[in-house]
Ligand binder design. Structure first.
Ligand code: AMP
Ligand code: TRP
Length: 332
């Protein structure tokens, strides 16, 4: 990896096992493009404290996710993979960024509005509100050029850019301005039980039919697709409703086909055939990942070592940025 290659940074929450939305919208792209960039991937455990989570779950899911990322092709020789909480500069920079973020900017974040509306303002912690400032800290600490994510993160990255520009204007060239990288295919996979809702780990925790997890068994995957919501039509017709469109989107992204090919393949076919087709395509794509996952989980000590080594290599970069900011704002 040449040091002049653009820096990629992306993060993923260890609140629950990753699902196929995470895989198709983010992880698979990260793994495939590793040779083009200088990569940092972060398991954002501090972000996972923004919604209620059991300590044992958080501890275990960090390892599950680390193993899932490695099994999906993230290569520790090409990419850094670390735990956010191992580098305290993330929390320290986040505080400073919060102090430079107008409340109104955070009040407009759709992810916050949706989640706080679902849970009620008296029940969500303030961390859910300031969440984007911690995400901005993640990105800005490493002079990131490119942030590959799914569609749902676009607004958070816009905020990161606006904030970085605001601080640069006031204090000089402190931050590199990052750009979102969002692929057209797979950027927004919807829930199988509710195609109006984005597939999300937090919903999957209470409704297992909502999402197919990367580490689900083939039988579970078949069952979940068999129960996926479609509509009252007997067969696939175009324009298709949201549930059918989502199944077709999963299929075309997994198989890397164009819409025309997929339409031709399934037009007029009964929904049962579409569901079986998608299930088998997903099972086939996940099989090698699941095999590697099981091997990697044989050695949790090695997994922890990989995470620590990355954090040790990255801490000086993060600390240098933090020092630059502290000097600029008058803390040093
Ligand atoms: P999260 O699970 O929220 O930590 O998301 C990790 C990555 O997966 C981010 O880049 C998200 O944009 C992406 N992602 C999450 N859910 C989906 C989805 N339903 N479809 C596509 N990408 C997603
Ligand atoms: N907020 C992101 C999500 O839920 C996760 C995340 C945290 C992230 N920090 C990041 C993504 C930095 C990209 C860059 O999906």
């Amino acid at each position: 990896m040449p040091t002049t290659a653009p820096r990629v940074f992306s993060g993923i929450q260890p609140d629950a096992p990753a699902h196929i939305g995470n895989y198709l919208g983010a992880i698979r792209n990260w793994a495939r493009e590793q040779d083009r960039y200088n990569n940092i991937f972060c398991i954002v455990d501090l972000h996972s404290l923004t919604l209620p989570i059991d300590p044992a779950t958080l501890r275990e899911q960090r390892l599950v996710l680390a193993a899932t990322l490695l099994a999906s092709g993230i290569d520790p020789h090409k990419s850094a993979l670390f735990l956010q909480s191992d580098i305290p500069a993330h929390s320290e920079l986040a505080w400073i960024l919060e102090c430079f973020t107008p409340m109104g900017w955070l009040e407009r974040m759709t992810q916050f509005k949706e989640r706080s509306a679902r849970l009620g303002n008296e029940r969500v912690g303030t961390g859910l509100f300031t969440y984007p400032a911690l995400m901005a800290a993640d990105i800005l600490l490493y002079d990131t050029n490119v942030v590959p994510v799914g569609e749902d993160q676009r607004q958070h990255i816009e905020y990161t850019r606006d904030l970085a520009k605001r601080i640069n204007q006031r204090f000089g060239e402190i931050f590199v301005i990052p750009e979102a990288l969002i692929k057209e295919a797979g950027a927004r996979i919807m829930g199988l039980d509710d195609p109006e809702a984005k597939m999300s780990k937090s919903i999957a925790a209470s409704s297992p039919g909502h999402a197919v997890m990367i580490i689900d068994s083939p039988d579970d995957i078949r069952r979940k697709f068999a129960r996926a919501q479609t509509d009252a039509e007997p067969a696939v017709r175009f324009p298709a409703g949201p549930g059918v469109t989502n199944l077709l989107e999963i299929y075309r992204t997994v198989r890397e086909l164009g819409w025309e090919q997929v339409k031709e393949e399934f037009a007029g076919k009964p929904y049962s055939e579409l569901k079986r087709g998608v299930a088998e395509a997903v099972i086939e794509a996940l099989r090698p990942i699941q095999e590697r996952y099981r091997e990697i989980r044989q050695d949790d000590a090695g997994l922890r070592r990989t995470l620590k080594e990355s954090a040790e290599r990255l801490a000086p970069i993060a600390n240098a940025t933090l020092t630059r900011v502290q000097q600029a704002v008058g803390l040093r």
